[in-house]
Design a protein around this ligand. Sequence first.
Ligand SMILES: [Zn+2]
Length: 328
Amino acid sequence: MAQVSTVTGMVEAEELGTTLIHEHLRNQDEAVHNQWPQAGAAKEEPPHEVAAGEDYDIAVREAKAAVDLGIKTIGEPTAMFLGRDVNFMKRVSEETGLQVVPCTGIYTYDHLPQFFANRDPDQIAELFVADIEQGIQGTDIKAAFIKCAADEPGVNENIEKIHRAAARASVRTGAPIMAHSRPASNTGPRQVEIFLEEGVEPGKIQIAHTGDSDDLDYIEGLLEKGVWIGLDRYGLDLFLPYDKRQATTKALLERGYADRVFISADSVATTDWFPPNIIDGLIAGGAAHDWTIRIVHERVLPELREWGMTEEQERTIMVENPVSWLTG
Ligand SMILES: [Zn+2]
C-alpha cells in the first residue's frame, strides 16, 4: 500500500486514520516575525497576547485535544507566507502523537516577492519538487502536498504563475494540490481550469474553502470536474454561518458526494494576523466563536450522525478520502 509523508516520517496510508485535512498548528507572518520577533501572536482567552514560546504550548494543547477526540492525523497546509516551520510541527507531533502531514507551496493572494516575480513557473516548481523529493528546510521531512491560493483579487497573473508551478510540481511528483479558493470571487472554476490545462488529474485537485458558499450550482459545477472540495471552515461564521455550512453538507451527502468532500475547520492554534483585540471581537462577537480544531468532532459530526449520516459516509469522509487524495 502507498505511503504518506508526515513530519515524523513515512507512514502507511492505512495508518492515517481519522483525518482533518485542513488545520494549522500556527499561523504567523514569517517576514514580520523575522524582522520584529517581539511582535506577538494572539488567540483565545481575551484579551490575550501570546508570549514567546507560548505558541508552542497552545499548539500542543490543541493537538492533544484533537488526539483525545479520536483525531489521528491532520493535513497541515501552512505554506510560505503562513510561517511554515516543519521543526515546530515535528515537536508538536512528537509531544502529542498527532500525525501531521506537511505541505510545500506559496500562500499569496496577489503579491510575489522579487525572487518569484523574476522566475517562471518551472523554476518555482523546482523548489516545490525539492520539498517533495528531498525534504523541507534542510530536514528529511518531505512535503506530501502542494498548497496555492486565489482570493479576492482573483486568478491574476501572479496567482496563475503559482498555480502553474504547483501543477507542474504535481505532474512531476504525483503530489496532490490543495488550492485555497474564494467562492465569492468565483475563483474555483478558473483554478481547476489551469490545473487541468497543465495535465493534473482531477483526483489530485482539492479546492479548499468551497464550503464558504452554499450555492449548490457553484459547488456541483466544481464536483462535476472530478475534483475534491473542502467543507473546511466550520466555525468561521464570518465567511458563512455554521447552520448554512451544515445545510450544504447535508445537501451534498443527499446528492451522493460523500466520496468527494472534506470536512475540517481551517483552525489556527495561534495567529499573528490580527491584534488581540480584533481576535477577541471575532470570538466574542460570534464571527469565529467555535473556530477550533475541536469543532468537527465536538459538534459537526455528532449533529450529522443525528441527522442521518451513515457510519459508512463518515468513514468515507474522515478516513478514506484523505488517503485517496494523498495517494492518488
Ligand atoms: Zn488554511
